[in-house]
Write a protein that binds this ligand. Structure first.
Ligand SMILES: NC(=O)c1ccc[n+]([C@@H]2O[C@H](COP(=O)([O-])OP(=O)(O)OC[C@H]3O[C@@H](n4cnc5c(N)ncnc54)[C@H](OP(=O)(O)O)[C@@H]3O)[C@@H](O)[C@H]2O)c1
Length: 345
């Protein structure tokens, strides 16, 4: 379906994900990039084209002043990619909603904003969004699709779901330094343990969100969630566009989340992230492996190039969801409220 007019988008955050979002939006017939904010300010004053590594200028000056951009630039959507944390995402985009712009963030926490610890801020986001008649959505590839939207959609062709098990193994090298810093990538195990003891380590943010979102969509909320995680150390040198990982240092992690109903395990979601995975050394292939224990049971594997290009999945999911979010009801929503979002022409 062709849009009556182009949807105007401001990009907030020009790191690994944000700069690729702009690249993808430039290829989309019905989207127009009209503004750009450098969250850290490091790219302020540059032309957006240069800021995202293109050879051509785009005629949009990157700004460090988000509220000035929100007030000056007319836009339908702010696409936000600076943080994993919902409070930060809200603080950074509140002004966008107050100036009538919908917000799509890839902050993982926002994918299911109704955890006890987030409920208060969730209600505040919902209030601001409704007051300004705009929509606020947390999405991405995971959380936001592979471990929630996809199993929810697959369950629609099953008579009964008794349990779901998902193992997702990703090439982590496509993401930016923010995620690497969360688990001390490139540091030795002592440095990792010290950071963990100081409470500075965050593994994949969003496993609990995906478990609870799936369970609630199935009408079977989990009453207990437990998770465990450990890092992986590399034997070989691994090079990413953003850093070099030396032998003997952290190159990824294994994390598993268990959702229980009345003492019985219902959902088991496992996340394995490895920088430049090597099946021989790491003992695993990349891909997402979904098993639905149900009537009838079902096995789905998402493999191919997609499995080793996770970063693009996040970027595409956020960009392609734009028209759905523009059309969605006002307020704070979760992905399971949206019809599937096709790849935009
Ligand atoms: N839901 C999902 O599926 C999903 C997937 C991937 C990533 N994520 C999340 O998305 C976020 C961005 O990922 P990434 O790979 O693009 O990370 P990244 O390359 O490290 O980029 C993060 C960007 O955040 C901005 N920033 C840094 N400090 C800031 C501050 N104090 N205030 C405001 N902005 C600040 C910077 O933007 P400028 O460069 O513009 O200055 C930086 O480039 C991460 O938190 C990550 O966890 C979610």
């Amino acid at each position: 379906m062709k849009m009556a007019k182009k949807i105007k988008v401001i990009q907030y955050g020009l790191g690994a994900m944000g700069s690729q979002m702009v690249q993808v939006m430039l290829t989309k017939r019905d989207l127009e990039v009209v503004g750009a904010i450098s969250g850290s300010g490091r790219l302020a004053g540059e032309d957006l084209g240069k800021a995202i590594g293109l050879k051509k200028k785009l005629g949009i000056e990157v700004s460090r002043n988000a509220s000035e951009v929100f007030n000056r630039v007319e836009a339908d959507v702010v696409l936000h990619a600076t943080t994993s944390w919902m409070r930060e995402a809200f603080n950074q985009t509140k002004g966008a909603m107050e100036t009538g712009k919908n917000v799509i963030t890839i902050a993982e926490e926002a994918s299911y904003p109704w955890l006890k610890s987030l409920e208060k801020i969730g209600r505040e986001i919902d209030r601001v969004a409704k007051k300004n008649e705009v929509t606020f959505l947390g999405t991405g590839v995971n959380p936001g699709f592979m471990m929630d939207y996809l199993p929810i959609a697959l369950s629609g062709v099953v008579k009964e779901v008794k349990g779901i098990r998902i193992r997702r193994v990703i090439d982590w090298s496509r993401y930016g330094v923010t995620l690497f810093e969360h688990i001390c990538a490139g540091k030795n195990i002592d440095e990792f343990n010290e950071a963990r003891a100081r409470g500075e380590v965050a593994f994949h943010v969003g496993l609990e969100q995906s478990v609870r979102l799936t369970a609630e969509a199935l009408g079977k909320p989990v009453d207990e969630f437990k998770e465990a995680a450990e890092v992986r150390l590399t034997k070989s040198k691994r090079v990413t566009p953003y850093m070099v990982i030396k032998p003997g240092t952290v190159c990824g992690y294994n994390q598993i989340g268990h959702g229980f109903r009345k003492g019985k395990e219902f959902l088991t979601y496992e996340m394995v992230a490895i920088i430049n995975p090597n099946p021989k050394e790491d003992g695993t292939d990349v891909g997402t492996f979904i098993s639905i224990d149900g009537e009838p049971s079902m096995e789905i594997t998402v493999g191919g190039e997609f499995a080793s290009q996770g970063g693009w999945g996040t970027v595409a999911s956020a960009v392609n969801s734009i028209p759905r979010v523009v059309a969605a009801r006002p307020g704070l929503i979760t992905v399971n409220e949206l019809p599937p979002w096709p790849c935009l022409p």
